[in-house]
Write a protein that binds this ligand. Structure first.
Ligand SMILES: [Zn+2]
Length: 337
């Protein structure tokens, strides 16, 4: 190929990718046009892939309010580091926290004991054939209810991320399935990626390009290597999330009468039992709405295909986890008190 034809091809690829970037709608079940003014024109939001992340949800009207959820920035987030981390691993994890703290999203971290942590980082063994990659993360959004409905003020639901857990795996498998230790850049990349989930970006952006939230481990490792070399770190998707008000309303979805009754019954039973919550948690596909008992165990309504249900417009159905089932006394009739 000549230099000129390579140049033309390069330009063409850039053009196609730019067009595609603008044309691929959000895959998280909501679109930027749904944002209230003036947020729909906030710089940095429309050219991010924030809308590939499914929204959080809570009861509202005849269905569910859909909203964004992130950490409040009024105080530092208490973080606990793994008790079994080596000095080299601790350096990597502290570097990942420092990278997010200086990424421009405005969060700060303070190291605390595990008992006081709101964001815990742990090493876990890699379950065989889990397909989990090099880690995962959970982030729980606490929602304020008023008369069984999400409390909405000025276009935002009163909600914030209040607890998160990052699980990192020290090993990966090589091309022939052998277990290999993660190198420094891989571990830093994995920690940056999972912390991005813990900070509120629940998905993996389509056409990730330079995002540390990419599903592609090579992208993540490359960004880990750049951060390890002291290069500035940021991420457009998290920047967009933190540029918007916490709890920002992004839409509403109706529920069938049966689903609405189950949600109402569950909320009443949870309140009567003195459980703490509710919380919303969303991942790539699944979502859950739950309370916690005094031992921390969740009582949950699960929506296994939450994102797909939103995108397709299919009705949302709630499945009870075993504790929620016990709370409702087996399977109570919809609408019963
Ligand atoms: Zn991920």
């Amino acid at each position: 190929m000549t230099r000129r034809s390579r140049g033309v091809l390069g330009f063409f690829l850039v053009l196609v990718s730019a067009l595609a970037q603008g044309c691929v709608p959000g895959l998280g079940g909501w679109q930027y046009d749904a944002l209230p003014d003036p947020w729909k024109t906030t710089p940095g939001v429309r050219d991010s892939r924030l809308f590939d992340a499914p929204p959080h949800f809570a009861p509202w009207g005849d269905g569910l309010a859909l909203f964004l959820c992130r950490w409040s920035r009024t105080e530092a987030i208490g973080v606990s580091l793994p008790g079994d981390a080596s000095p080299a691993e601790l350096r990597i994890l502290r570097r990942a926290l420092a990278a997010w703290a200086s990424s421009g999203i405005g969060v700060r971290f303070a190291e605390v004991s595990p008992a006081r942590a709101r964001l815990e980082i742990r090493f876990v063994p890699k379950p065989l054939h889990s397909g989990l990659g090099t880690g995962n993360a959970l982030a729980d959004c606490a929602v304020e209810l008023e008369d069984g409905q999400a409390r909405v003020r000025d276009g935002r639901v009163e909600a914030e991320l209040r607890w998160a857990s990052v699980h990192l795996i020290r090993q990966d498998r090589d091309a022939v399935g052998r277990e290999v230790e993660l190198d420094r850049d891989q571990l830093l990349g994995a920690a940056l990626h999972e912390l991005g989930h813990a900070l509120g970006y629940s998905a993996h952006p389509v056409r990730a390009g330079g995002s540390v939230m990419s599903r592609t481990t090579e992208d993540v490792r490359r960004i880990g290597a750049a951060a390890a070399a002291g290069k500035p770190f940021s991420d457009a998707n998290l920047m967009a999330l933190y540029a918007l008000p916490n709890g920002l309303w992004v839409g509403h979805v109706g529920l069938s009468e049966a689903a609405r009754a189950r949600l109402g019954t569950f909320d009443r039973a949870a309140r009567e039992a003195g459980l703490s919550g509710p919380y919303s948690r969303v991942g790539d596909d699944a979502g859950r709405y739950f309370y916690r008992g005094s031992d921390g165990a969740p009582f949950a309504l699960r929506v296994p295909d939450f994102r797909r249900d939103l995108v397709s417009g299919a009705g949302i159905e709630f499945l009870l986890n075993p504790r929620a089932e016990a709370l409702l006394g087996g399977e109570s009739a919809p609408g019963s008190p």
